[in-house]
Design a protein around this ligand. Structure first.
Ligand code: NAD
Length: 274
């Protein structure tokens, strides 16, 4: 069993849970994830390791409660426990000192971006972090990202915080200014956002990395559920990723696969309310 040390509501439906998992906390590298199962028979949920404290033996998970299983996980209070926390899984992020780096987080993808920003800052990069959401209610981790970033820019679609629009607006401005253009870009968020970032950086030939979240089941390369097309080759996000060269990703194929079960999800939602 993996004890829940704390469980805090960060934003609408988004929880920060600190879990006791000493071996995972010691072994994990930025970019890796775990598969969590609340109890035998429950769904396996892949979650990025947001942070870890090797000494305390804890990992931090940011969990968006969007389905029945994630709702049950976030309903576990401090003092409760999760049955399985398997990991660390996936490849670690390739971290180097590029110099000037832009890190772009869309909505809940910002939680996945956080450990990357931390590692990139640790390697001496000068980071412009751009985070955005539909409104101020969906802006997360700004206080944690600010000290790691040379500049933190916030966008909201309704203008309730920062500049109005998408995260791609400030990135486009950076790319147009040779004094500010980044040498590398990291982007995590909804697929249309990551595709838009890839199309912005492609003409500039700027190294761009995205973290993909396809449907995933076993997380160890056996089921093939998380297959994605990268440069025309089939890769498994769980063992070959989750990070890939954005300029090689087939984002349209990824969108299609992510919507495979939309009808079943809608039917379940109508029947159960979650
Ligand atoms: P959202 O739809 O509210 O979008 C968040 C922000 O992303 C927007 O405010 C905007 O700034 C940017 N964005 C969205 N569409 C864009 C576009 N077409 N062009 C440019 N920028 C765009 O996001 P949300 O509801 O917080 O997140 C949910 C989505 O994020 C789900 O699809 C989920 O699967 C995905 N997600 C991805 C990861 C990952 O690892 N890549 C992790 C968690 C969630």
């Amino acid at each position: 069993m993996f004890n829940v040390i704390s469980n805090e509501l960060l934003a609408e439906n988004l929880h920060k849970m600190v879990i006791s998992a000493p071996r995972v906390a010691r072994a994990r590298k930025p970019g890796q994830f775990v598969i969590v199962r609340l109890a035998p028979g429950e769904e396996r949920i892949p979650l990025t390791i947001g942070d870890a404290d090797a000494q305390a033996g804890t990992i931090t998970l940011f969990i968006q409660a969007i389905g029945a299983s994630t709702q049950k996980i976030v309903a576990t209070p401090a003092g409760g426990a999760l049955r399985d926390v398997a990991g660390p899984l996936g490849k670690e992020t390739h971290i180097a000192n590029w110099g000037r780096v832009a890190c772009v987080g869309g909505g809940v993808g910002t939680a996945v971006l956080f450990p990357l920003v931390k590692a990139l800052a640790g390697a001496g990069n000068r980071i412009t972090t751009i985070i955005g959401g539909r409104s101020s209610r969906y802006i997360i981790l700004a206080d944690e990202l600010a000290p790691l970033s040379e500049r933190l820019l916030v966008t909201t679609e309704d203008g309730t915080l920062g500049s109005t629009g998408f995260v791609t607006g400030p990135l486009q401005e950076m790319l147009a200014d040779p004094e500010r253009a980044p040498q590398a870009v990291f982007a995590v968020g909804p697929v249309p956002m990551m595709k838009a970032v890839a199309e912005l950086t492609r003409p500039h030939g700027i190294e761009t990395v995205v973290s993909l979240n396809p449907i995933m089941i076993d997380g160890t390369g056996m089921c093939g559920g998380c297959r994605v097309q990268i440069g025309g080759a089939t890769k498994f996000a769980c063992v070959d990723g989750p990070e890939f060269d954005a300029h090689l990703v087939d984002f349209d194929g990824l969108s299609d696969r992510l919507s495979s079960y939309r009808k079943e999800e809608a039917a379940r939602h109508a029947a159960t309310g979650c």
